[in-house]
Design a protein around this ligand. Structure first.
Ligand SMILES: Cc1cc2nc3c(=O)[nH]c(=O)nc-3n(C[C@H](O)[C@H](O)[C@H](O)COP(=O)(O)OP(=O)(O)OC[C@H]3O[C@@H](n4cnc5c(N)ncnc54)[C@H](O)[C@@H]3O)c2cc1C
Ligand code: SF4
Length: 541
């Protein structure tokens, strides 16, 4: 084993790890980034629905187990940039109320140890950094923001605009979804993003999606004090004899083990893998897993309750970039259901190849090909609640075991009902209300796989809080039990809210980054420089 010393080691390069690496890079501190995967190869298959959605070409081939010991093939990706390489880049702030305690039909969504105002400046910075396109003031549940989005919203294509108008006429408040793509609709010839139909779920072949590799890691490694090692899975973390400090980060590289050390170790492997890493790092001082005196590591796994619902109309839907429209009118409830229901938006436009894999029920008189041409493909998200028995554990061989029983399902059923109702009220100029043929669920289970959404929105397994008896991390995301260990991926969420998680992970990574700058004694000037450059980068790209 060789020993190499750094100021900071960051493990993982996704929304959390990539963003904090970007933030700390100008500090001049020696930073080592360890990523288990490689770069996503740039190849035509990046945009091939068969390769991506049917053959699961880019997913890990790793298998996990469910609570009954049955194999799961997780729909997750190990690459530089993590899951942001494949995400739909819908970049939402949590609602202000999500930070407090909320009563749901299925139970209580607990409060966070920080409030919305603590995160607001970092949301703004994350939106600038990740080029978020949106319009403030449209979404009826949006929290207050101190500045506009850096870019105007991505426009609706005609079919989506028509739907938006229909929804508005029926009394809803549809809004433009905030999206992180480098699209310049005013100067299409200069726009890096070409507005294509293979964005959500696909890696961007032209590097125009605001993912953590393109936006953060590529920038971070321009600094000579930053080193990135790819194909370097971290196997375990070892502490000193007191158990209070991580001494060694043990990595497998080219088939042999190497070890690295740092004043500060930041874990950001994604909520499931970070929990597994801490559990695998058990030792005499941490017999239940590293930083796990609370027995909370791995517990309270959440991943949202998600559905894809296809609304079939007689009129075709030739939309290319569909993920522009959202409806949050039912986010906190409705007159006939006084509990939060969740969020309605879109997935990328589904095609017949992808539909075959999801095997939806066929609409009467429609083939799969015809359904794909006529469908509006909705994405519905409801909050799942933190249940300690929904958890990540490891078996004797160190393999991941994921136990999950869905909860708060009534909210999701009600949300589907609301969408059905809203679609019945749509009215096309050619066919009237007859145009809408019904809503069809696209099955998210492909073969024996767990649902895509089951791990795509993973969070909650290493929750932060004030009380070391009920949380693993303190409000700065430092482990209560270990003085130099931080976690900045989606693990820290005490509740999952019902909007997509990535922007909150990014904003929090910037917040923890500020804390680390202070801890490492970096002057606030360095900080200011990076604040300005976020904005400059957003404008210049
Ligand atoms: C198809 C898809 C669409 C999505 N769409 C959206 C969306 O529109 N909006 C949104 O907000 N969210 C979306 N998400 C979710 C979003 O991508 C995640 O919330 C986000 O990437 C999580 O960030 P993270 O830092 O927690 O983990 P990740 O981004 O998963 O990063 C974890 C990193 O750690 C690395 N790693 C893991 N284990 C180790 C180890 N032992 N050693 C070294 N490295 C390790 C991984 O390779 C990876 O690079 C989507 C996800 C998917 C899969
Ligand atoms: S070109 Fe634009 S729409 Fe197409 S994948 Fe890239 S970011 Fe997404």
């Amino acid at each position: 084993m060789s020993d190499n010393r750094y100021d900071v080691i960051i493990i993982g390069t996704g929304a959390g790890g990539g963003t904090i690496a970007y933030h700390l890079a100008p500090s001049g501190k020696r930073i080592l980034i360890l990523e288990r995967g490689d770069y996503v190869p740039r190849e035509k298959a990046n945009w091939d629905p068969q390769a991506v959605n049917v053959d699961a070409h880019y997913n890990t081939k790793e298998s996990w187990l469910d609570r009954d010991g049955k194999e799961l093939h997780p729909h997750t990706n190990y690459y530089v940039g993590g899951n942001t390489k494949f995400y739909g880049a819908a970049l939402f702030r949590l609602r202000k109320e999500d930070f407090g305690e909320l009563r749901h039909h299925g139970g209580i969504s607990p409060a966070w140890p920080i409030c919305y105002d603590d995160l607001e400046p970092y949301y703004t910075r994350a939106e600038n950094l990740y080029h978020v396109h949106g319009n403030r003031g449209e979404d009826p549940t949006e929290p207050p923001a101190n500045s506009p989005y850096p870019w105007p919203a991505v426009s609706h294509e005609p079919r989506i605009q028509q739907l938006s108008d229909d929804f508005a006429r029926s009394g809803l408040k549809p809004f433009h979804v905030p999206v992180g793509v480098m699209l310049d609709e005013k100067s299409p010839h200069q726009s890096r993003c070409i507005r294509c139909n293979t964005c959500d779920g696909f890696a961007c072949l032209v590097g125009a999606k605001s993912d953590a590799q393109v936006v953060c890691i590529d920038e971070a490694i321009k600094h000579s004090n930053v080193t990135l090692l790819t194909n370097s899975p971290v196997k375990r973390l070892e502490t000193d004899s007191s158990g209070r400090e991580v001494r060694r980060v043990v990595v497998e590289r080219d088939g042999s083990l190497e070890s690295y050390s740092a004043d500060v170790v930041v874990v950001s492997c994604g909520a499931i893998n970070s929990a597994a890493l801490l559990l695998r790092s058990a030792n005499d001082k941490h017999p239940r897993g590293l930083a796990n005196s609370s027995d909370v590591v791995g517990r309270h796994y959440m991943g949202h309750t998600n559905s894809v619902m296809m609304a079939i109309s007689k009129c075709p839907n030739p939309t290319i970039f569909q993920k522009t429209l959202g409806v949050n009118d039912y986010y906190f409830g409705a007159e006939d259901f006084n509990y939060p229901m969740g969020h309605i938006s879109f997935v990328g436009k589904l095609d017949a190849i992808t539909l075959k894999a999801g095997a939806p029920a066929l609409a009467p008189n429609f083939t799969l090909e015809l359904m794909a041409k006529h469908s509006l493909d909705f994405w519905l998200t409801s909050e799942d609640l933190p249940d300690p028995s929904n958890r990540v554990t490891i078996d004797r061989d160190g393999r991941i075991v994921l136990a999950y029983t869905p909860n708060n399902l009534e909210a999701h059923e009600r949300l589907k009902g609301k969408l059905k109702q809203a679609m019945k009220q749509t009215n096309c100029t050619m066919h009237g209300q007859e145009c809408h043929q019904g809503l069809f669920g696209r099955n998210l289970y492909v073969g024996q796989r767990i649902p895509l959404a089951g791990v795509a929105h993973q969070n909650g397994t290493i929750r932060f809080g004030h009380d070391p008896r009920t949380s693993v991390l303190d409000p700065n995301c430092k482990a209560h039990d270990v003085d130099n260990l931080y976690v900045v991926d989606g693990s820290f969420f005490p509740s999952s809210a019902a909007v997509n998680p990535a922007l909150t992970i990014m904003a929090n990574a910037l917040r923890v980054g500020d804390h680390l700058m202070k801890r490492l004694g970096v002057s606030s000037q360095g900080n200011e420089r990076s604040l300005r450059s976020d904005r400059e980068l957003a404008v210049s790209r």
